[in-house]
Design a protein. Structure first.
Length: 315
């Protein structure tokens, strides 16, 4: 199979989206370690986006030095669409991190993972077509697994802890992520994945810096960039939270339906639970492990139900 055929393979693109999901799964553990080390969320937020952009910038320079880069026809529509995609990507992290200030982590995680069904709804509205039965069943299974894996059941969570602002922020993060996956597959598909990823990350980084500067103050922006001690967390956050997944989604998402891509991204939570148990030594109840298995089953369902794997393609 030649490289061009491989890049258009649904199975290959599905694996890329799964790998992007696995990359995102590392973030919660790194953020937890950064907070334990005494670094605030605004500093971590700036560090993630700035150093993710730096990593992508270095990759772009190397690739452009070694190979001929395509000429890109820049126009107002392309610039606005890429800038908007970058802002949506940044809003996922901004909304989710801020929801943690109002909600227990378990509830915030469950709200974030509602992007699995939101992606299917966005796809359905965009295509003016009802989602397939396999996707609907898969979403229902994943939602059930998310509630279990997120630790909601069997916890001491009370009604008083379900802050309305936090819930709205958590659902906003979920919607923004589903929208980001949708835009990744629709915006500037004629651009090389690397050029597209760098453009989106530039917009996202600038938005985060403006947001943190306006809300928390410019000192937090400077600290996120210049604090040498925080590099142990900022660099891996930038690598696994910006550089790797944004490139993988830029390559894989255009070949998959939005619903299929968001369903595949649900693999993030099982890996998050595993990493929390292994690295942070968090106690994970049997009920949460059952939820992990249910999510994995839900991800596989569309491939098991449909006769051909091409059901993941945009028709």
């Amino acid at each position: 199979m030649n490289p061009k055929t491989l890049m258009s393979s649904v199975l290959f693109c599905s694996i890329l989206v799964l790998l992007a999901s696995c990359s995102y799964a590392v973030l919660s553990t790194i953020v937890s370690l950064a907070v334990r080390a005494g670094y605030g969320i605004p500093v971590v937020l700036v560090g993630k986006f700035f150093y993710g952009w730096i990593i992508l910038f270095i990759i772009v320079l190397i690739v452009f030095a070694l190979y001929k880069h395509q000429r890109i026809s820049w126009n107002k529509k392309r610039i606005l669409s890429l800038a908007g995609t970058g802002v949506v990507m940044a809003l996922v992290t901004v909304c989710y991190f801020n929801s943690l200030g109002y909600l227990p982590i378990s509830l915030a995680v469950v709200l974030l993972f509602q992007y699995s069904w939101m992606g299917v709804v966005i796809e359905s509205i965009a295509n003016r077509r009802l989602p397939s039965k396999s996707k609907i069943i898969s979403c229902l299974v994943i939602i059930t697994g998310t509630i279990l894996a997120g630790g909601i059941l069997g916890s001491s969570l009370s009604i008083s802890e379900m802050n309305l602002i936090g819930i709205l922020l958590g659902l906003s993060a979920a919607f923004c992520y589903a929208l980001f996956v949708f835009l990744s597959g629709r915006v500037s598909t004629d651009m090389s994945p690397l050029s597209k990823s760098f453009s989106i990350s530039t917009s996202g980084m600038l938005f985060v810096m403006l947001f943190v500067g306006a809300v928390y103050g410019g000192t937090f922006v400077l600290e996120g960039i210049t604090n040498v001690g925080s590099l142990a967390y900022s660099l891996p956050l930038g690598l696994f939270g910006i550089a790797i997944p944004i490139i993988l989604l830029a390559v894989g998402a255009p070949k998959l339906s939005t619903g299929m891509a968001t369903i595949l991204n649900s693999a993030e939570l099982p890996l998050e639970v595993l990493l929390a148990a292994v690295i942070i030594l968090e106690q994970v109840s049997p009920l949460r492990w059952v939820g992990v298995l249910i999510i994995l089953f839900g991800i596989a369902l569309p491939y098991l139900i449909e006769k051909w794997i091409v059901s993941g393609l945009e028709e």
